[in-house]
Design a protein around this ligand. Structure first.
Ligand SMILES: [Zn+2]
Length: 328
């Protein structure tokens, strides 16, 4: 088992937001329509901080991997959102620019999940940043679509960054014993986590943390296990404004806001994933803070609102988000 010590700081809480700018740049894509992945970013001011949503691309997801929901109800929910299976799904990462430091949350899939993903660096550059400017990378979990962008071939893509993840998550995915015990179909996830993280560990650029802890002024790690063993959310606060980067709290927005019990077949602990999701939705709806989701439609930023029997997603770039902002 690997142990990597880290330091901690401090934080506090509150709300609101100001929208700064939207921008997206198109790259040459031979793929058609919504299946094309183009670099894109979206900027948001959070108190003194700048938050930049970064697209790693769009890929379809088989929503029929959701369990705890009847297939007919699932298809009705998709149809109600003008969607059908498989569902085009965004893959988002988020940059926090404090003015002095640049912290990236998740790294995309890199080259490990096909040509539709791996746009993170291009999105970062479009937003005006080079990979060498990233000081730290916080991982929500160690699935391939979140760690795969750490490496560029055999080079560290972010040569000056320290990568941080929860100890529990690292213990699970970086364990050769777990790799050996895993089903053949699952071994790739372990190998991808190892090949993405080990070079940073070898360079003394990988650190783990335990549980809920402040990692930087105003940025707190919050254990949110269920999707994976050590899945972690990051609460970012500045001048009374709050944003929770909640990683893979859900995968299919058209279904899982209205039906929080619906959960992915591949969730590490399905019951815990459902409980964690219910708790996260309730808190977000009650307190009104912003949410950033890895697989919510790009830019993956918005708010959660309670609705009859479930919840609703209000994207930050929709007209209703303003009302949501004041609703508290
Ligand atoms: Zn994911």
């Amino acid at each position: 088992m690997m142990r990597f010590p880290i330091a901690g700081f401090r934080a506090i809480a509150l709300i609101t937001t100001i929208l700064l700018a939207v921008s997206a740049t198109a790259a040459t894509a031979d793929e058609a329509q919504h299946t094309a992945s183009t670099p894109a970013y979206y900027r948001l001011k959070l108190g003194d901080l700048e938050i930049v949503a970064l697209s790693d691309g769009t890929r379809t997801l088989n929503a029929h991997q959701l369990v705890n929901i009847e297939p007919a109800a699932l298809d009705r929910a998709l149809a109600g959102a003008d969607q059908s299976n498989p569902v085009p799904t965004s893959f988002n990462a988020f940059l926090v620019d404090t003015g002095r430091r640049r912290i990236l949350i998740d790294s995309g899939a890199g080259s490990l999940w096909g040509p539709k993903l791996g746009q993170l660096t291009a999105s970062l550059r479009a937003a005006g940043y080079g990979p060498e400017q990233i000081d730290e990378i916080y991982l929500t979990h160690l699935h391939t679509d979140h760690v795969g962008g750490l490496m560029d071939g055999d080079q560290l893509r972010f040569p000056n960054a320290v990568v941080r993840a929860s100890q529990q998550e690292a213990d699970y995915w970086l364990s050769p014993a777990h790799l050996n015990r895993a089903a053949d179909d699952d071994k790739g996830s372990f190998r991808n986590a190892m090949t993405s993280i080990y070079p940073y560990a070898a360079a003394q650029h990988f650190q783990t943390f335990d549980g809920d802890i402040e990692l930087a002024p105003g940025i707190r790690a919050i254990a949110s296990g269920g999707h994976t063993a050590g899945h972690t959310s990051y609460l970012i606060e500045s001048r009374g404004q709050r944003l929770l980067v909640w990683g893979d709290m859900l995968h299919v927005a058209a279904v899982q806001f209205a039906a929080p019990q619906a959960t992915m077949r591949f969730d590490f602990d399905r019951d815990l994933a459902v409980a964690t999701r219910r708790q996260a939705y309730a808190a977000a709806a009650r307190d009104g803070y912003l949410i950033a989701g890895a697989h919510l439609p790009f830019p993956g930023l918005g708010r959660v609102s309670a609705s009859a029997g479930g919840y609703r997603w209000i994207p930050v770039n929709s007209p209703r988000a303003g009302a949501g902002a004041e609703a508290k």
